[in-house]
Design a protein around this ligand. Structure first.
Ligand code: GLY
Length: 368
C-alpha cells in the first residue's frame, strides 16, 4: 500500500485506513484482523455488484468459510429501513454471528447502509469499508457515521459504528463516470476550504492531474483528505463540536438534494450549498467579495454546478429546517472566515439563509 493512516480514539489505535491502487493488500489485512475461517457478507448495490463484486470475491479466495454477496437497487431511494431489513435478513439466513464481518463495497449510500446493518445486527458485528467512489473514499467511509433516511429526513436513523478497516483502492476511480468523479471533488474542496488553505492551493496546482485521475496524485489527494478527516474525528468522534464543520455546504445542499428528488448527486448539491454558504459568509462580513467569487469559481473546473434552475426558494428554506442538523435548537450553519478556516453560526435568520439560496438560484440576472 502507498499510505497507511491509523485512526486513534482516546490515544488508542482503533482502525487503519490503507490507500493504494489495487486490492492486493486486502486479503492479508483481513487475515491480520483475525477473520480467517469466518463468514463475510459483501454488501453492495446493483451497479457496483456488476462492476466489482466478482473481482473482490476472487481476491479474497478461500480466506472465509463463506463469502456471499447481498445487494440492493442502486440509489438514495434504497437508503431506508426496508433495505436494512432485507440486508440483515440475509445475514440471518447465512447464520452470521458476532465474529463475522460485513464488507461494505460501494459509495456513500452503501457504506452508510451496510455500516448501519453491521451496527444493529446482533447488537453489532464488524464492518470493513471498501469505498468505490471518490466521495466515499475521502469522506463517508471514514469516521463511523452510518444510517438511513426516514421519510424526508436524511440520515435520521443511524449509529456511530467505527469500521475495523478502511481499504481504499484508487483504481476503482477509473470505473466512475465523469459526473460521479467530480461530485466527489466537492467534498475534497471542503477540506481545503474549512481547514487547510495550503491543500486548497495544492488542489488548484494539480488540476490537470486530477482531471486525468493520475494514480499517484489521486492517492496523495485521498490521503490528505483522510488525514483531515482523521484529525477531526479523533477530536470529536460523535459530533459534539468541531466535527460539525464537516457539514459545510450540507444544510442548503441536503435541502436541494431532497427538493430535486435526488436527481442531482450529493456532491453536486454540496457544491451548490458551499457556494451559498460562502455567499452568506461574504454578506456577514467574513469574506471579501473577491474571496467569495474566487471560491465560487473554483467549483467550475470540476464541472460542479454553482447555480440551479427551477427551484422553489421557499421550499428549499423549509427543507433546511427539516435537516437533522437543524432539529431541536435551530440551524447550526457552517460559514467561512477565510479559505482554510470555518466556524459555526447558530444566529442566522431565515432572511440570511434565503440570501444564500437566492444567490444560487439560476435566473437571467444571476447569469455568469
Ligand atoms: N460527512 C460528515 C462527517 O462524517 O461528519
Amino acid at each position: 500500500m502507498s499510505y497507511k493512516i491509523t485512526v486513534n480514539m482516546n490515544k488508542k489505535p482503533i482502525y487503519d485506513i490503507l490507500i493504494g491502487s489495487d486490492l492486493s493488500g486486502l486479503k492479508q489485512a483481513l487475515a491480520d484482523l483475525g477473520y480467517e475461517g469466518r463468514r463475510a457478507a459483501i454488501v453492495t448495490d446493483s451497479n457496483v455488484e456488476a462492476l466489482h463484486a466478482e473481482s473482490l470475491k476472487e481476491t479474497l479466495g478461500d480466506l472465509f468459510s463463506e463469502l456471499f454477496v447481498t445487494s440492493f437497487p442502486a440509489g438514495e431511494e434504497s437508503k431506508n429501513m426496508d433495505t436494512v431489513l432485507a440486508v440483515t435478513r440475509s445475514f440471518l439466513e447465512h447464520r452470521m454471528d458476532r465474529h463475522d464481518v460485513v464488507l461494505a463495497l460501494g459509495g456513500g449510500v452503501t457504506g452508510d447502509l451496510a455500516g448501519f446493518c453491521a451496527a444493529i445486527y446482533m447488537r453489532g458485528i464488524d464492518v470493513v469499508q471498501i469505498p468505490t467512489t471518490l466521495l466515499a473514499m475521502v469522506d463517508s467511509s471514514v469516521g463511523g457515521k452510518t444510517g438511513v433516511d426516514l421519510d424526508e429526513y436524511k440520515n435520521m436513523l443511524g449509529a456511530f459504528k467505527m469500521p475495523r478497516l478502511v481499504y481504499i483502492n484508487c483504481s476503482f476511480l477509473n470505473s466512475l463516470d465523469g459526473r460521479q468523479f467530480y461530485a466527489g471533488m466537492a467534498e475534497v474542496m471542503k477540506y481545503g476550504l474549512i481547514m487547510d488553505a495550503s491543500f486548497y492551493e495544492w488542489i488548484i496546482s494539480h488540476l490537470y492531474e486530477i482531471h486525468e485521475r493520475d494514480a499517484a496524485v489521486m492517492e496523495e489527494l485521498i490521503e490528505h483528505c483522510c488525514i483531515c478527516k482523521q484529525r477531526i474525528v479523533e477530536r470529536d468522534p460523535t459530533e459534539q463540536g468541531d466535527r460539525a464543520l464537516l457539514n459545510f455546504g450540507h444544510t442548503i445542499g441536503h435541502a436541494i438534494e431532497k427538493h430535486k428528488n435526488f436527481s442531482l448527486l450529493h456532491g453536486e448539491c454540496v457544491a451548490l450549498g458551499s457556494v451559498a454558504a460562502a455567499f452568506i459568509s461574504y454578506k456577514k462580513g467574513k469574506l471579501s467579495k473577491d474571496e467569495y467569487y474566487e471560491i465560487r469559481d473554483m467549483f467550475v473546473p470540476f464541472n460542479l454546478p454553482i447555480s440551479i434552475e427551477d427551484i422553489d426558494a421557499e421550499e428549499v428554506l423549509r427543507l433546511c429546517h427539516s435537516d437533522k442538523k437543524a432539529s431541536g435548537s435551530g440551524i447550526r450553519f457552517v460559514l467561512l472566515k477565510r479559505v482554510g478556516k470555518a466556524c459555526i453560526d447558530a444566529t442566522l435568520t431565515d432572511e440570511d439563509i434565503m440570501e444564500g439560496i437566492k444567490e444560487i438560484e439560476y435566473c437571467e440576472d444571476n447569469e455568469l
